[in-house]
Design a protein around this ligand. Structure first.
Ligand SMILES: C[S@@+](CC[C@H](N)C(=O)[O-])C[C@H]1O[C@@H](n2cnc3c(N)ncnc32)[C@H](O)[C@@H]1O
Length: 237
């Protein structure tokens, strides 16, 4: 399986800030950026183009912010793939993450490159944004809270805004179960024990988005991975 990876220069520029917080984080960032097709898809297709205020919910170590800043630098230096959409410029990036230790490490790695706030996205102030990105987070949130969160995201988005929501498709068979097993293994490795995952089929996610006022398009996001992931690009109606 080949991965739609970031070009090497961009990948190195995005992972570089994590060197300052240790070899493990630097290795993790490099591995994730090389194996996850979402970052390239977002840049290559210009999915955040024209959206200046980006809000990343459940940001983890804020890899998306690191990628966007690296993209800005690479394009300023003339190191931008000619056949990609225009690079992001002068974005304001705000991230919200639940785990205080992860927030502290992300802040140390990125410095002032992004505002990283500790909080529970189900209740935290979302503020106003032109684009909201939620990658691999919804299944950690109680199913009953999905609708309220997406409705708040809808209210936070400016007219013409966009939501990028990556989820696993619960109708995805073996690939979906591999994704669930992977997440469970990660939680066990972090000492967080067994978790209940709150998943939906792709059709159910799209129906919920519709109820919350979004039209959505589906971008398959499984290339080079064993998972049943999709990226939903949603626009408020
Ligand atoms: C699988 S990681 C994904 C991280 C990041 N979005 C990425 O793609 O690299 C899921 C993240 O969501 C965070 N998270 C889970 N529930 C959350 C909540 N209610 N509020 C904020 N963050 C949450 C977790 O702490 C974890 O860092």
């Amino acid at each position: 399986m080949s991965v739609a990876a970031l070009p090497a220069e961009l990948l190195e520029a995005a992972r570089a800030p994590y060197r300052s917080i240790g070899r493990f984080a630097h290795g993790f960032a490099g591995g994730k950026l090389a194996a996850d097709p979402a970052y390239r898809a977002i840049l290559e297709r210009g999915l955040l183009q024209g959206h200046e205020r980006v809000l990343d919910l459940g940001c983890g170590l804020a890899l998306l912010a690191a990628v966007l800043r690296a993209a800005e630098r690479c394009s300023q230096d003339g190191r931008w793939p000619a056949n990609w959409a225009a690079a992001p410029r002068a974005l304001s990036i705000r991230c919200i993450e639940l785990r205080p230790r992860t927030v502290e490490r992300a802040r140390r790695a990125l410095g002032g490159a992004a505002e990283i706030v500790q909080g529970d996205i189900c209740v935290a102030e979302l503020g106003a944004a032109d684009a909201v990105v939620i990658l691999d987070v919804m299944h950690y949130i109680e199913a009953d809270a999905h609708r309220a969160l997406l409705a708040r995201v809808h209210r936070a988005l400016a007219p013409g805004g966009r939501l990028l929501l990556r989820v696993g498709d619960a109708d995805g068979g073996l690939r979906f179960r591999i994704g669930q097993g992977w997440d469970q293994a990660v939680m066990l490795a972090r000492g967080q024990g067994w978790i209940r995952q709150h998943c939906r089929s792709l059709g159910e996610w799209r129906a919920l988005l519709l109820e919350c006022g979004f039209d959505s398009q589906v971008l398959p996001m499984r290339e080079g991975t064993p998972f049943a992931n999709v990226l939903l690009c949603a626009r408020p109606r």
